[in-house]
Design a binder for this molecule. Structure first.
Ligand code: CMP
Length: 240
């Protein structure tokens, strides 16, 4: 495998790309970061654009620069399941590239999105050349597996209220929720929440009503204010 070569030493000093702030590049030496920056290509997408579809061939790793990306799959019955919503400094698309597998999920722009792409050959060369990068990829996969274990446990034993509480809290944890006067605010439709919770829209609507009645959230059309985050956590962990 040919090694990637940095630009000549005489090249002018460059401003580091914001994409290099992703945890994927943490601890990498300057030379490695320069090489990453050399091979990265920026792409912009409009709301609703599909970055790639499940089962497409995998040709690049995506490093988020701005916006929100939805990762989703469609089950055999044709229902969409939203795996997660991502924002910077998230990285995705590494699973297909590493194993040379087709895409395991679809990626859609949920608003204007800017990403930096590292194409497969370059990514593989960089991993072979810089073990710190390969270690970070492993760490990222382990973190994902850990949170998927928690999620599958919660989604399998919790009732609708617990599932919806979990999804709302996860949106806050992942930085997808915004804020109003210091109160976390989720702006998703009941159908979008249902796709995240793996349940129906009707069930989400009922669960939100109950949570509202318990005083942990305040629902308005297209807005959910998480007025009592600790109360939501208590509901999730069945201590209330
Ligand atoms: P890849 O299979 O190449 O394309 C889809 C990407 O979505 C995948 O790589 C991962 O980066 C990401 N992905 C797949 N499943 C999950 C999940 N459950 N949670 C978070 N990200 C995921």
């Amino acid at each position: 495998m040919t090694q990637l070569q940095p630009q000549p030493a005489s090249a002018p000093e460059r401003t580091p790309s914001p994409a290099l702030e992703a945890p994927l590049f943490e601890g990498l030496e300057r030379r490695a970061l320069d090489l990453v920056q050399d091979v990265m290509r920026t792409r912009r997408y409009s709301p609703g654009d599909v970055l790639f579809r499940e089962f497409d061939p995998s040709d690049a790793v995506y490093v988020m620069r701005s916006g929100v990306v939805k990762l989703s799959k469609v089950d055999l019955a044709g229902h969409e399941k939203t795996l997660t919503l991502l924002r910077p400094p998230s990285v995705f698309g590494e699973m297909g590239v590493i194993g040379d597998y087709p895409r395991s999920a679809s990626a859609t722009a949920a608003g204007p999105v800017e990403v930096s792409l590292i194409f497969s050959d370059d990514f593989e060369r960089l991993m072979a050349q810089f073990p710190a990068l390969a270690l970070n990829v492993n760490r990222m996969l382990a973190d994902r597996l850990r949170s998927m274990d928690v999620e599958s446990q919660i989604l399998s034993y919790q009732d609708a209220q617990g599932r919806v509480a979990y999804v709302l809290l996860r949106l806050v944890r992942d930085g997808i929720a915004s804020e109003r006067d210091g109160v976390p605010l989720v702006r998703l439709t009941h159908q979008e929440l249902a796709n995240l919770a793996g349940t129906s829209r009707e069930t989400v609507t009922r669960a939100l009503k109950t949570l509202d009645h318990e005083g942990v959230i305040a629902t308005k059309p297209k807005e959910i204010l998480l007025v009592d985050v600790i109360g939501l956590e208590e509901i999730l962990h069945d201590v209330r």
